[in-house]
Design a protein around this ligand. Structure first.
Ligand code: NAD
Length: 245
């Protein structure tokens, strides 16, 4: 406990899944958290977690991001979690699919980091943690063309920011989760029409024999957010139950 004592942490896509688990883990470590999401109803369920303020933020909205950054000042930690999965090969990907995935998975991080960085630098530094995926840089995953391309962009922007601002006390790292239990994964399994079969197929991707837990990703986020990882920047951390082995 107290690894994030008095640190101000901004979290996107905080209402459920990895984002919510990370808010809970940051709170247990003594952080003050601004938890944001586009969905105000699910976000409202975070009320009651100690030291959490909730605020609506659509990461596709450039003006809203600029206003949010201006009102928030200099966070010690920025946890960029928003992202969506697109399924299919390149032949199933439309221009609109590509644009939506890159807007939500990569451009949102470009905008958020750019909006907060001047204040973070003026404040003497910060830790930025971006959620990528096992799909993209650590490995190729079947039927995840647009998703993998957009998540690989997250690794590229992470390493670029890490080297450009290393002298300013800015650290920037990424996490590459394998298949993690979450509301959107549940939705995708139900959407196949054969939930049990889909679940078994998702589990079979991991040699470890199970899905990951959001808390297992949040634990890495705490490490990267806190000063204990002070010598680590520009890296990606894969937590995938052996999927990429
Ligand atoms: P999830 O997909 O269940 O929830 C996503 C959250 O994002 C929701 O609360 C939703 O309201 C919010 N959101 C959607 N559009 C938004 C927008 N425009 N602005 C702000 N918030 C928005 O959660 P998850 O499955 O834990 O995924 C979170 C992140 O982890 C994503 O970037 C995803 O790509 C990544 N990831 C997930 C898995 C997995 O298996 N679950 C694996 C690898 C990477």
């Amino acid at each position: 406990v107290d690894r994030l004592k008095d640190k101000l942490c901004v979290v996107t896509a905080a209402a459920q899944g990895i984002g919510r688990a990370t808010v809970e883990a940051f709170s247990r470590e003594g952080a003050r958290i601004v938890a944001t999401d586009v969905n105000e109803e699910t976000l409202a369920a975070l009320a009651g977690i100690p030291n959490v303020t909730t605020r609506k933020l659509d990461v596709l909205d450039a003006a809203a991001i600029a206003a949010f950054a201006a009102e928030t000042g200099a966070p010690d930690v920025l946890f960029n979690c928003a992202g969506i999965v697109h399924a299919g090969t390149i032949l199933e990907a439309s221009e609109a699919d590509w644009e939506r995935a890159f807007d939500l998975n990569a451009r949102s991080m470009f905008r958020l980091i750019k909006a907060f960085l001047p204040a973070m630098v003026a404040n003497g530094g910060a830790s930025i943690v971006n959620i990528a995926s096992v799909a993209g840089v650590p490995m190729g995953v079947t039927n995840r063309f647009v998703y993998s391309a957009s998540k690989a962009a997250v690794i590229g922007l992470t390493r670029s920011i890490a080297i450009d601002f290393i002298k300013d006390g800015i650290r920037c790292n990424a996490i590459c989760p394998g298949t993690v239990e979450s509301p959107s994964l549940e939705g995708r399994m139900h959407a196949t029409g054969d939930y049990d079969k889909a679940r078994a197929a998702f589990i079979a991707r991991q040699p470890i024999g199970r899905l990951g837990k959001a808390e297992e990703i949040a634990a890495i986020a705490v490490h990267l957010a806190s000063d204990e990882s002070g010598y680590t920047t520009g890296q990606w951390f894969t937590a995938d139950g052996g999927m990429s082995l």
